[in-house]
Ligand binder design. Sequence first.
Ligand SMILES: Cc1cc2nc3c(=O)[nH]c(=O)nc-3n(C[C@H](O)[C@H](O)[C@H](O)COP(=O)(O)OP(=O)(O)OC[C@H]3O[C@@H](n4cnc5c(N)ncnc54)[C@H](O)[C@@H]3O)c2cc1C
Length: 489
Amino acid sequence: MTRIVVIGHGMVGSRFAEEVVETLADADVTVLGKEPQAAYNRVLLSSVVSGVANPESLTIAGPDHPRVATLTGVSAVKVDRAARTVIDSAGAVHDYDFLVFATGSVARIPAIQGVADSDGFVSGVAVLKDMADAQDIVKHALSARRAVVLGAGVLGLEVATGLAKRGVAVRVVHHADRLMERQLGWEASAVATTSLTKLGIDVHTGVSLAGAQATRGKLSSVRLEDGSEVLTDMLVMCCGTIPETSLARQAGLEIDRGIVVGDDLATPRDPAIFAIGDCAQPPGGGTGLVAQGWEQSSRLAARLAGVDGVTASEPRSTDVVRVKASGLSMATMGVSGDFDRADPRLRVLSLKDPEGGRFIEVVVSGGLLVGATCIGDKAIAADLATLYTRKIPVPSDPAQLLIHALAGQASAAKDPAEMADDDIVCNCNSVSKGAICTAVAEGCDTVAGIAKATRATTGCGDCAALVAKLVTAPSTPTAAPAATERAVP
Ligand SMILES: Cc1cc2nc3c(=O)[nH]c(=O)nc-3n(C[C@H](O)[C@H](O)[C@H](O)COP(=O)(O)OP(=O)(O)OC[C@H]3O[C@@H](n4cnc5c(N)ncnc54)[C@H](O)[C@@H]3O)c2cc1C
C-alpha cells in the first residue's frame, strides 16, 4: 500500500482524498480535519450569515471509500520528517509515504487593542473563515441591534449585507478611501455606497479601528482612528487571509507567504511532502480561489498515480469577481478599478445611474471586452462575464453593451447551441459543455445529477442556470469553436 496522509479536510483536502483513491489503486489515505463536521462549501459561508442557506446544505459529499479514513475534529500537531510520521491531537501516530498539506488559510486579524483577551475574541467579535464562525455570527446577530464590519472587500460587503438582511444596523469601516479599492473605481464605489445606504448600511471609508471596548465581557463599542466612538454589539473583521503554514514551518519546510512548492507541488526540501490549495505557494503564486486548489488536487492525484506528462497548467478560473451579497449585485472583471482611462488602446464606455443603483463600465480593446464593472444589474453582469470569459467579439457599437436590449442578444451567446464543446461552463471545476453533454447522454437528467457526475455547480454555483439549460436542451447542436462564428451582431 502507498500510505498517504492529508492534513486538512477542507474544500481541497477532501477533493484530493477522493481523487487519489480513484487514481492510485493501492492508496491508503488518512485525512486529518481540525473542524468537527464533514467538508463543506466554504465559498458559500456568507449565505449562512444572510440566512439564504442553512449549514447542512453546504455539505460536500466526501470520499466514501474503504481505503479513505477521515478523522474529523482531529488536528495534526507534529510532523516528524525523519520518521515519516504525523502525530495528531489525540496522540495517534500516522505513518506516511506521502504527506499532503491542505491546511488552507486563516483570517488576517489586525492588531486592534481590546478585540481579544487571553481566552480569545471578546464576545461579539468575529471573523468569517469557517462554519463555526458563520454560526457564531448568526447567533450574535439574533440579538444584536448594531454591527460594525471592518473591511469593505468582497467578503466584508457580503457579511455587511447579510447582517443587514437580518435586520441589524450595520456600519462598514474601511481603511481605503473607497469600497473594494482593488476592483472598483471612484464612481463605481460611490454608486455602491449609495446602494448600501439604501439597504440601511452606513459606510465609513478612509479610517480604521483604533480599539474596542467591552462591558461585562461583551463588546459594547469600537473606537475609530479619528477618535469617534461607535456603539455596537458586534464586530466582524473581514481583513483578508493568510496561508496556514504553522505546522509546515515547525516541520522545517520552506515558507514564504505560503508553503513553497514547485510546479510538481512538492516541497523543495522534502520530495515526499506536497502542499495544495490555499496553504500552498506555487511558482506563480496562490490565488486564494478554490479553482486553483482543485486543479492542483487533480494534478497531484495523477502525479502520485504515475500518470505521465502531468504538467502545471493554469487553472481555467477567471478574474471575474462577483459579490454574493444580499440586495446588491456587483461584478468586476479584467480591466477595472484604477486604470488609465486615457490609454488610446482602450475604449471605455459607462452608464451611471446612482438613483437607480446602477453603474456599468465596459472596457473594449481589439474588438473584445477586456474589462467591466457592473453594479445593480445581474443580467447584464452575467452577459458581460460571458463575453469576457469566452472572448466573444463585441458589437460594432459597444455602447449597446450597456443596455438591456443588447444584453438580451448577448444572452443568446449562452444558448447551448452557441457554445463549443470545449467552452468552460463551470470555472471553479473547469467543466466544459462537452463533459456536461456527455453526462446528459449517459442519463443524468438533473442539475444535482450533473453535479455528482462532473462536479459542475459545486463551487460558487454561478453556472447552475447554464447547466440547467444544458440538461433540458442536451441535443442542441454544438457550435464550431472559432470565436468569430460566435460573434454577437
Ligand atoms: C466566506 C468565504 C467566501 C469565499 N468566497 C470564495 C469565492 O467566491 N470564490 C472562490 O474561489 N473562493 C472563495 N473563498 C475561498 C475558498 O473558500 C478557498 O479557496 C478554499 O476553501 C480553499 O480550500 P482549502 O482546502 O485549501 O482550504 P480550506 O477550505 O480553508 O480548508 C483547510 C482545512 O484545513 C484545516 N486545518 C488547518 N490546519 C490543520 C491541522 N493542523 N490539522 C488538521 N486540519 C487542519 C482547517 O481547519 C480547514 O478545515 C471564500 C472563502 C471564504 C471564507
